[in-house]
Design a protein around this ligand. Structure first.
Ligand code: 1PR
Length: 551
């Protein structure tokens, strides 16, 4: 999750590093370890300087049967048997924390002594000499070379987000099970390969040009992708690092995967039904009630179970949309947070959550900023948050005043967590007979606003949205295919990734949207909930049509 501007977090981060309070269950003390009746689970040391969400990584490590010991002092680094460093945040802020706490020297000593180390994302980049991110900023200087920003001049969207393939350069052991499969990346800076760092590079990745995807020398490893979000393949990378002698099938490295794959996303719209149960539901043009006398909310299953099922079936991401979030205070919706916590324990692909993200004052007069709401979602296991209604109001205000106040939920959240973590969900409806335009709506399609989808998309990109989830009320639940004109209109207007949504009813609709538009991902709900087509069949069809997807 590199790219997060967390300068404002530095003092918090430093404090939390020195006096950290990770959840009690995640900590084992040395005295505990020496007690005889303690669980024999092996443990790994985690350097988490408190700058962001590493819950997914903690979940993945626990899933693999390891306990986590958190670093509190530089000495803990030197005493570690096996150390994972998931860099989070911006390069300069991270270096600042490391230097202030004396962790920089401890890390350099640990790595120079060839002790088992795995750096992830920024945790890889910090090993280099310099980064251009807000800089040049000096890194740990263990690997010759620099970290630079992707540039968009060759037509590639600057954020490299999604599943991409590796070109393995040398035997790395931890990458042995990757073969020709994709891994999940999300970053806008990358380490540049050169003759000086050639001996370190174990794989590269291509996104317009080649960059370093992983490094290895002796026991020291680093990966730019997120193994904790890369499904089975990612878990194999972590497992091989944690259990160096673990056996798995070595897969061939020369395969068909060569570039950024198109993503297939499963979406769970959910709300509380009339009995008070949280259920996954699905609308027809946003109407989620059965057309019967009882007029009940359609119930298509339980969110945690379904998300686990879609993960196993090959979903590249899972989205949870709390469709009545605009009515209630999202943090009052504890079941929602529980859903996220449980789902993220077993689903190792990115999770997006949306619904009701906005500033809020509760019945007791306590004010919660949208940033607090989003932070709670991130802490509970979300990788991205999605904003609908509040983004429409922010865009309207911005277009009226031409001033970026920095105060909208969109701006606040993307400033702290990075714009790759903020999706704007658009709910447009075609309007007008002769000069049709796509009118934006708020509150789950209940109210039309005086702004078009095109204007909204351009405005939210300027306000630092990282992705657009483009729904279409007329197509929703109809199974007649995506609205190709709408998707072209928006994906040609912005340079951030666009997720096409609404209308999938057959596998051919997925190939159609990827061949006729520039959409980076296709999202569907009903076709999967009604078990009409498994995700694997969608992917099989796309592969047959020559469209690269993760398998
Ligand atoms: O406005 O920030 O509170 O966010 C509310 C979120 O809930 C928005 O993302 C909005 O799109 C969503 N939402 C609100 N009401 C509904 C509803 O259905 N009544 N669902 C709703 C939107 C659209 C997609 C759906 C696709 C694919 N659903 O998420 O899953 O259309 O469906 P299909 O494949 O079956 O055609 P805020």
């Amino acid at each position: 999750m590199e790219g997060v501007a967390f300068a404002s977090f530095t003092s918090f981060a430093t404090k939390s590093l020195l006096f950290s309070s990770p959840s009690p269950s995640s900590i084992i003390t040395r005295s505990q370890k020496s007690r005889k009746n303690i669980s024999p689970k092996p443990f790994v040391t985690l350097l988490d300087y408190g700058a962001g969400n590493v819950r997914s990584l903690r979940n993945a490590i626990r899933y693999l049967g390891f306990k986590i010991e958190d670093v509190r002092t530089p000495k803990d680094i030197l005493n570690a048997g096996r150390l994972i460093f998931p860099g989070v945040g911006a390069f300069a802020s991270a270096m600042d924390v490391l230097v202030k706490t004396g962790m920089d020297e401890a890390l350099c000593t640990y790595i120079r002594n060839d002790r088992p180390f795995l750096g992830i994302c920024l945790g890889l980049q910090l090993l280099f000499e310099y980064s251009e991110e807000n800089g040049p900023v000096k890194g740990l200087g263990l690997i010759p070379g620099v970290v630079g920003r992707f540039n968009s001049s060759n037509g590639f969207r600057v954020h490299h987000i999604g599943w991409n393939a590796l070109q393995i350069a040398k035997d790395s052991e931890i990458l042995d099970e990757i073969g020709d499969r994709h891994d999940y990346f999300v970053h806008s800076y990358r380490a540049i390969p050169s003759d000086d760092n050639k001996e370190w590079v174990s794989s590269t990745c291509n996104y317009g040009y080649d960059f370093i995807a992983s490094i290895r020398r002796g026991n020291v490893h680093g990966v730019q992708f997120h193994p904790e979000k890369s499904g089975d393949v990612g878990l194999s990378v972590l497992r091989r690092f944690l259990h160096p002698n673990s056996r798995g099938t070595k897969r061939p490295t020369q395969g068909k995967a060569s570039k950024l794959a198109k993503r297939v996303i499963a979406c769970l719209d959910f709300r509380t039904n009339d009995k008070g149960d949280l259920v996954v539901t699905k609308g027809d043009q946003y109407d989620v009630r059965e057309q019967t006398k009882e007029n009940e909310v359609r119930n298509l299953g339980k969110p945690v179970e379904l998300s686990g099922h879609y993960y196993k079936d090959g979903a590249d991401e899972v989205s949870f949309l709390n469709i009545t979030g605009f009515r209630d205070f999202p943090l009052g919706d504890l079941p929602m947070l529980q859903v996220l916590r449980h789902a993220s324990q077993n689903v190792f692909v990115p999770l997006t959550v949306g619904g009701g993200i906005r500033d809020f004052t509760d019945a007791n007069g306590r004010y919660y900023s949208s940033l607090e709401v989003a932070s709670e979602y991130f802490r509970s296991g979300a990788d991205k948050i999605s904003i609908g209604t509040d983004a429409v109001y922010a865009a309207e205000e911005y277009l009226k005043t031409k001033v970026k106040t920095g105060k909208s939920s969109l701006e606040q959240i993307s400033r702290v967590y990075g714009n790759q973590a903020v999706v704007v969900s658009i709910d447009p409806r075609p309007n007008g007979e002769v000069y049709a335009w796509y009118q934006c709506t708020v509150n789950g399609g209940r109210e039309g606003r005086p702004i078009g989808a095109y204007e909204l998309a351009k405005a939210v990109e300027e306000l630092r949205a990282g992705e657009i989830l483009l729904n279409c009320i007329d197509c929703d639940g109809q199974g007649k295919g995506f609205d190709i004109d709408l998707i072209n209109l928006i994906s040609d207007a912005v340079s951030i990734p666009v997720i096409a949504s609404s209308g999938a009813g057959a596998v051919k609709h997925f190939s159609e949207v990827f061949t006729k538009t520039n959409a980076s991902a296709a999202l569907a709900a009903g076709i999967f909930h009604r078990k009409e087509v498994p995700i694997q069949s969608v992917k099989g069809h796309l592969l047959k049509e020559g469209i690269e997807v993760r398998i």
